[in-house]
Ligand binder design. Structure first.
Ligand SMILES: C[S@@+](CC[C@H](N)C(=O)[O-])C[C@H]1O[C@@H](n2cnc3c(N)ncnc32)[C@H](O)[C@@H]1O
Length: 242
């Protein structure tokens, strides 16, 4: 299996590829989506679960998803057909930073994909260039819950604490109109689900040549989480306007 296939398998029970539960996703989307009609863009959409839920919630909405993973987009296409929203969803396999939007969007989403742009503020700058006047951005990225170890910084990137993260966003002219810091339960449920799905697959397919390697890999990732970043990694989702 290649890394994309492993990631798709790991997310089988947690289709939102970020540490948020269904209630948080619904609440954030509900506050951010245009009331009637409108266009939404997701930069780094993965399997497009945010967009699929948005399209199900708002029948007049149209959506565009951009990601570099063809296999994630193939899953998104199949799910869109199954959920009856394929005619309102456009998907592009292209680097998010290179996507040229023909028209601006009422809402630009980017959750867990800020690394593609070099961090939170460059992602916001990129979102802004695709945003219609009066539109909103829904963005999710990491922050430090407590002082990280050098190993955690090396592994996850150089975040700041919650207050500093919000201060930096506000200093760029953004106004938070909603937000959610993932709870301990959401953070833990996400990690248990990722590494547990892989371990369960390995145990269920003992004769598969990938089984032993995948089981060892899932143990190593779980250990990394528990020993290196569980205590320091947090995840913040903000809804922002200008
Ligand atoms: C953690 S996943 C988040 C997916 C989705 N936003 C969600 O919350 O369910 C990060 C996604 O970013 C995508 N990605 C990474 N680099 C990218 C780039 N340069 N352009 C577009 N997508 C990118 C990955 O393929 C992956 O699907």
């Amino acid at each position: 299996m290649n890394p994309e296939q492993i990631s798709n398998l790991a997310h089988a029970a947690h289709p939102i590829k970020s540490p948020l539960d269904d209630t948080s996703v619904s609440r954030l989307l509900d506050g951010a989506l245009p009331r009637e009609g409108g266009r939404v863009l997701d930069l780094g959409c993965g399997t497009a679960e945010w967009l699929l839920r948005a399209l199900e919630a708002r029948p007049g909405l149209r959506a565009v998803g951009v990601d570099t993973s063809e296999s994630a987009l193939a899953l998104a296409r199949a799910a869109a057909q199954e959920r009856g929203v394929a005619d309102r969803l456009e998907l592009h396999c292209v680097k998010a930073e290179e996507y040229v939007a023909p028209e601006p969007f009422d809402l630009v989403l980017s959750v867990g994909a800020a690394h593609a742009f070099g961090g939170l503020l460059p992602t916001l700058a990129a979102a802004r260039t695709r945003l219609a006047a009066g539109g909103s951005v829904l963005i999710g990225d990491g922050y430090w819950l407590s002082e990280p170890t050098a190993e955690a910084v090396e592994m996850l990137g150089d975040f700041t604490d919650l207050a500093t993260t919000v201060d930096r966003v506000v200093a760029e002219g953004w106004v938070p109109v909603n937000g959610h810091a993932s709870t301990r339960q959401e953070l833990d449920a996400y990690e248990w689900s990722l590494w547990g799905e892989l371990a369960a697959w390995a145990l269920d397919h003992p004769d598969d040549p990938e089984s032993a390697g995948l089981l060892a890999w899932s143990h190593a990732r779980r250990d990394e989480w528990l020993h290196t970043y569980r205590d320091s990694f947090g995840f913040l989702t903000l809804v922002l306007r200008r």
